[in-house]
Design a protein around this ligand. Structure first.
Ligand SMILES: *Cc1c(COP(=O)(O)O)cnc(C)c1O
Length: 244
């Protein structure tokens, strides 16, 4: 199947999951994870009306952003014009921050440590800019995953909130890779509860309106648990072969 059919299938499954949900988000935004696919494939997705793209490597997001800079908006299937958004969703090394900021990202989903926030703030100060960010939380307990430990998340949010260039909009997580749907669900419901606790903490300038959770294999569970952004690669673009 092609990208338009795949996207339509995802929208249909999202609306069904929303009906089953006891805590549905007002809106679930689809982020098409285009990592490893060339700019022409992204251009094809734009022709199909997709306009939010997620990338996990700094060099790759910069080169696609630059290649597609003339396509700053997209016509959706309903005829509306929507601005193209670039989302950085991968692990971010401190020494790549300066490069990443060449892209006017809509959200950086993966702020997971203070040193990273310090460098983002330093480089953003120089540019006279700010960015909307999410705090990435490791809800699966897997050591290989990035993300702050849940018990440290509120403390990190307090620290990051001190930087006027960084606007915390919510939390992000990667669900545990497992066949057990209830284990996956626990990752997502834990993230939602954590975001409620951060909100109750009432930290100045911290908004907890976004929950970025759910990928091709588990997005329906994430939507049932309140996701506002789902990050979908394989189910839109097909397999990436051996690449992550
Ligand atoms: C690759 C990736 C995705 C998308 O994964 P699929 O299983 O292909 O949908 C989502 N989030 C992050 C952080 C990723 O790296």
């Amino acid at each position: 199947m092609g990208i338009p059919e795949n996207a339509a299938g995802i929208y249909r499954r999202v609306s069904q999951a929303l009906k089953r949900s006891s805590k549905p988000a007002n809106e679930v935004r689809l982020i098409a994870v285009s990592k490893t696919f060339p700019a022409e494939t992204v251009a094809g997705a734009m022709d199909a009306g997709l306009y939010r793209f997620g990338e996990n490597r700094v060099q790759e997001i910069i080169s696609k952003y630059k290649e597609l800079i003339d396509r700053s908006s997209v016509i959706e299937p309903d005829g509306n014009r929507a601005p193209v958004e670039w989302h950085f969703i991968g692990h971010l090394q401190t020494n790549k921050v300066k490069k990443l900021l060449e892209v006017p990202t809509r959200y950086i989903h993966s702020v997971d440590r203070l040193e990273l926030a310090i460098e983002l703030d330093r480089q953003l100060q120089k540019r006279g800019e700010s960015r909307d960010i999410l705090i990435e939380v490791n809800t699966s307990g897997e050591e290989s995953k990035s993300g702050v430990a849940p018990e440290r998340a509120i403390q990190l949010a307090r620290e990051v909130a001190g930087f006027s260039t960084l606007k915390i909009k919510g939390l992000m997580t990667i669900g545990r890779l497992t066949d057990d749907a209830e284990v996956t669900r626990a990752c997502f419901s834990n993230l939602r509860r954590l975001s409620d606790r951060v909100r109750e903490d009432g930290i100045d300038r911290v908004e907890m309106s976004e929950l970025s959770m759910g990928m091709s294999g588990d997005f329906e569970i994430a939507v049932e648990e309140g996701a506002t952004m789902i990050r979908i690669g394989t189910a839109i673009f097909g397999g990436r072969g051996w690449k992550i």
